[in-house]
Design a protein around this ligand. Structure first.
Ligand code: FES
Length: 693
């Protein structure tokens, strides 16, 4: 959403960009970050009103090249810490690397990140965990013993020998060795409660030890996404999810999508290190937050499972992601890893880290975990599993074979880079319907129960500002506009509809649709349609390519994973052609399948082995080097598709006939006939080279 610029002719101004919102504009040199945020409508928290007391306004000042915004930032573009920050002693500690937004002045172009805990309306992270039919196979076992004569007077054996002997005797364990982290705790554990103690054992190793009786150890399953990081704290012995949390990936300030972060790492000295530090800080904070919520101690964490796409995987582990930015997209390592949790900056002294295996250069451990969760390899049904983020990861197949690929969808489905777009936070339009006769819209907003045409809506809308349209909202809006004939099958907003409705307005050389009047006015512009069209075509081309390789004409089961998949309406997705034609009832959202798979791997050794075995069997398809991908992409640009029939969708709705742009311009009359397969014409995308994937 555009924001008026706060420029004057007489005052020096600086350009400031806020992430993750993407809001930008000019402010007077010397304005504080808090003042700039207020001027530009950025969601930055404060309780003390800028007096340097509350600590709620903490921000991170970006430094380096930001080609996306055409901004170069050096440290002297903001004022150095002054007395207000140096003397700050508030209840919320000032986190390392952060500044108080009310104290830091902007004196040059700046990129400012507002961490999720500094936002008043925090990201609605809608990632649940769905697990059925899981049999526990714990990685760690607990053993309580009472060691006789445990006063350390026995010179004939060490503290560990005494403990191990009793554990082996009482629990019939063949042999034990001590883990390094337990060494300085052995004496204390043995004597503190007269030999009554509990040990945690993993594969013949004593990995933790406590005086007295302990009956709970926990683990953390983490889905490291490029936009959000979701984590579940799990009782390792009972399998219960004790706490769940999610937060924005702080790397967003370096770039919205994966490739822009790789670019940042390549273009800025120390860039990769900064990306790694940012995400490792957040991983540690997330684990601490989960433990605090559950009232548990760090020493109880014995195991952590991390799943993520290859670039997140590399950056979390401190591996240079540059080779993943160019063909042949070679991974540094693809197999699963077992490390100390400290390898990714998580400060749980006894915790081990299991990093899920990557499938290919663009298909990571998150998809391996999603496969584990959704089980196409355990089924006869031909499944299409899609995880839609800034990169869509796609798997097709069943127990007879699996094919996987990723497609560069970009951030449009998350509402980014659209004139009215925003992430799925309170105030975002998430559902849209358009009357086929009047072309008037009705919509639903996150945080308001009523639809916009219902009596309760006006009151609710006065207390919650409507700020933009999120990904599911934009998909529904464009699908509805296509169905009512405001948008052509080739994605053009039809200017001639301006005669019938004042919702269609001229916008330079193209037309826009006014989704919401008032402040702010929200438009669906031609550029917005094009951005969704490109993202959709990239996704669909990847799907069609895999179906072609798998020789599958129609799938039996479509599962939409991830935050976007959880909220996109299957009907509207099919109208736009995001997913291939199928019976609507076989399409379902599966939530955070990667997170669910991570929980499975956390509580079950057998599930880890199953995931590793399946990953070894997946056929990898590289969309960037497959010639057929381009052809599928061009065909997929049309709504719902240029060549694929839509027999199932056509039973639900009369689709406007596919009409190539040339025909529309020739003035041929449109009909209401159902969509028919169009003979494949010579390839004509209408796209510039830059727009081709
Ligand atoms: Fe309260 Fe900055 S606004 S410390």
């Amino acid at each position: 959403m555009s924001v008026p610029e706060a420029t004057t002719e007489t005052t020096a101004t600086c350009e400031v960009v806020f992430t993750p919102s993407g809001r930008s504009g000019h402010v007077a040199a010397g304005a504080t970050v808090l003042e700039a945020a207020r001027t530009l409508g950025v969601d930055l928290d404060t309780v003390c009103g800028g007096r340097g007391i509350c600590g709620r306004c903490q921000v991170v000042v970006g430094v380096g090249e930001f080609p996306k915004w055409g901004v170069t930032v050096t440290p002297d573009h903001v004022t150095p810490p002054g007395p207000l920050e140096q003397d700050y002693r508030g209840r919320r500690p000032l986190v390392d690397g952060r500044r108080l937004g009310c104290a830091v002045g902007i004196v040059g172009d700046a990129v400012i990140d507002v961490p999720s805990d500094s936002q008043i309306h925090r990201q609605v992270v809608r990632k649940g965990v769905m697990i059925d039919d899981l049999v526990l196979d714990p990685i760690v076992s607990l053993h309580y013993v009472e060691v006789p004569g445990s006063d350390l007077d026995d010179e004939s054996s060490s503290a560990f020998d005494q403990i191990a002997a009793e554990v082996q005797r009482a629990w019939s364990i063949a042999s034990l060795s001590p883990a390094f982290v337990t060494l300085d705790r052995l004496h204390h554990a043995l004597t503190a409660q007269d030999g009554r103690l509990t040990v945690a054992v993993r594969g013949g190793e004593v990995v933790n030890i406590w005086p007295g009786f302990v009956d709970q150890v926990v683990g953390v399953a983490i889905d490291l996404g490029s936009t959000t990081i979701a984590a579940h704290l799990v009782d390792l012995l009972g399998g219960q999810v004790l706490a769940s949390d999610g937060r924005m990936n702080p790397q967003i300030r370096f770039g919205e999508d994966l490739m822009s972060r790789v670019s940042y790492a390549m273009m800025n000295p120390g860039g990769a290190t900064a990306l790694t530090a940012a995400v490792q800080f957040e991983l540690d904070a997330l684990v601490t937050s989960l433990l605090d919520e559950a009232g548990l101690d760090h020493t109880l964490v014995m195991d952590i499972v991390l799943v993520g796409n290859p670039i997140m995987h590399h950056l979390a582990l401190g591996i240079d992601p540059a080779p993943l930015g160019q063909s042949p997209f070679t991974l540094a390592v693809a197999t699963s890893l077992e490390l100390d949790a400290s390898a990714v900056g998580i400060r749980c002294p006894a915790a081990r880290l299991y990093v899920a295996p990557c499938i290919a250069g663009h298909v990571g451990g998150d998809m391996a975990a999603a496969i584990l969760s959704e089980g196409p390899h355990r089924s006869d049904a031909r499944q299409l599993l899609i995880d839609i983020g800034t990169n869509a990861e796609i798997v097709v197949g069943n127990r007879d074979g699996l094919w996987a690929a990723s497609s560069p969808t970009g951030p449009a489905f998350e509402g980014a880079q659209l004139s009215c777009g925003q992430r799925a936070t309170a105030g975002a339009i998430e559902r849209v319907r358009i009357d086929p006769t009047t072309y008037e819209p009705r919509f639903k907003v996150i945080g308001i129960d009523a639809w916009s045409d219902e009596p309760d809506f006006p009151d609710a809308a006065t207390s919650l500002q409507i700020t933009g349209v999120c990904g599911s909202g934009i998909v529904e809006a464009i699908a509805e506009l296509f169905l009512v004939g405001v948008i052509d099958a080739d994605g053009t907003i039809r200017g001639e509809r301006a005669v019938a409705t004042d919702r269609v307005v001229a916008d330079g050389r193209t037309f826009s649709y006014v989704l919401r009047r008032g402040e702010p006015e929200l438009l669906i512009t031609q550029a917005d349609v094009r951005a969704i069209q490109l993202a959709k075509a990239a996704l669909r081309a990847g799907i069609d390519l895999l179906l072609e390789h798998a020789q599958i004409v129609e799938v039996d089961d479509i599962r939409l994973a991830g935050a976007f998949g959880a909220h996109i309406d299957p009907y509207h997705a099919m109208v736009l052609g995001l997913i291939p034609d199928a019976r609507l009832e076989v399409v379902r959202a599966v939530g955070n399948a990667a997170g669910s798979g991570a929980v499975r791997a956390l509580v079950s050794r057998a599930q880890r082995r199953e995931m590793e075995e399946v990953v070894g069997r997946v056929v990898k398809i590289e969309t960037a080097t497959e010639p057929r991908f381009q052809e599928h992409f061009v065909d997929a640009l049309a709504f719902p598709h240029r060549t694929a029939p839509a027999p199932h969708l056509s039973t639900l709705v009369h689709l406007p006939i596919h009409q190539p742009r040339a025909a529309a311009r020739s003035g041929r009359r449109r009909t209401d006939r159902q969509c028919q397969p169009t003979p494949a014409p010579a390839v004509r995308s209408g796209l510039s080279d830059e727009e081709m994937p």
